[in-house]
Design a binder for this molecule. Sequence first.
Ligand code: SF4
Length: 387
Amino acid sequence: MRWNAQAIATEDADALPGLAKLNNLVRTVQTPEFAGVTFHEVLAKSALNKVHSQSSVPFGWTINPYRGCSHACVYCFARPTHTYLDLNAGADFDNQVVVKVNVADVLRTELAKPSWGRHPVALGTNTDPYQRAEGKYKLMPGIIEALAASGTPLSMLTKGTLLRRDLGLLAAAAETIPVDLAMSIAIYDPELQQSIEPGTPSATARLATVTAAREAGLPCSVFLMPILPHLTDTREHLDNALRMCAEAGATSVLYTALHLRPGVKGWFMHWLQRNHPHLVASYTEMYAESSYAPKEYRRWLSERMGPLMRTHGLTRGEEDPVTGGIRSAALGMYTGGDGERRRRPAGSDPSKMAWSAGATGAKSVAAPAPSGPRFEPSPDEPPPTLF
Ligand code: SF4
């Protein structure tokens, strides 16, 4: 394995205090191809993360091969998770990326345990598995192969066009396990996209990846989120976005308005002040009481989106009546009488079950959880978030 040649130090001289605290740092690396980004390679103790059974996020298990994300989306929900490492939720989240170099090996061991119940696993719930670092570390092929070999369904949400590299593997996996893919594409104005998601591939490149996934025989939805009040909610922008999604062959489209949780709001408002100062007063008022956009705004957005979705012949991701997430072949689960979440039995009728989980689902626009996702934090793995 490529990291075996590295001496394993319990504490690297260059390590930041929070990283040293993990006590499993292999080395800290900077390379010319990734100017400005520092990789902290660690040996993970576990790969599968269990989401608290009471959590409102619509998945039970996650894998995050990276922490931090060079896609650097200003609105990213996951930013506060970097503070677990004593790194900041702003620039450090974008530039200090933790890499679990042994994640596939650890995963294989965990999946081989007789106790593993082949629960659906979500990737892309906290940071992007196909961010630029994946081109260097190539962790995803081993993860996909391990999940497929163990019969574990998977779902993936990403902004990374590097996904195309693994479409053959995913298509092969889909012959034996449910596989759901979703591309996150929120901004269809190139200038705005470069400003607010400076590390991401263009919307055009991501749409081409949706098409490639569909041509590989895989379902691929588009997460058109977050929709930014006054910036991307014009009829013109949404109409153009949905037309492009339809032309790309998106299986369905899921949308929701911007959510500004504590720890992200300050970073976002700083960006807004620099780039769109005339909108600061409006956003301040909209997000004064809650992390969610006001109910009236969400209703207005829904009324605008409904006819446009129909015009373009698009299906909205099927909502879970319990969680407001998206029903999914990979993550389809239901709540039993004992309150435990389980996979839907093969051949069962989903409409007759009390579903509790869907794809890496966004909250329903119409009925967001009042207090946001609940998590079970651990010192090694931050709680999952949604895009
Ligand atoms: S929103 Fe997704 S792609 Fe963007 S920085 Fe966060 S994890 Fe990365």
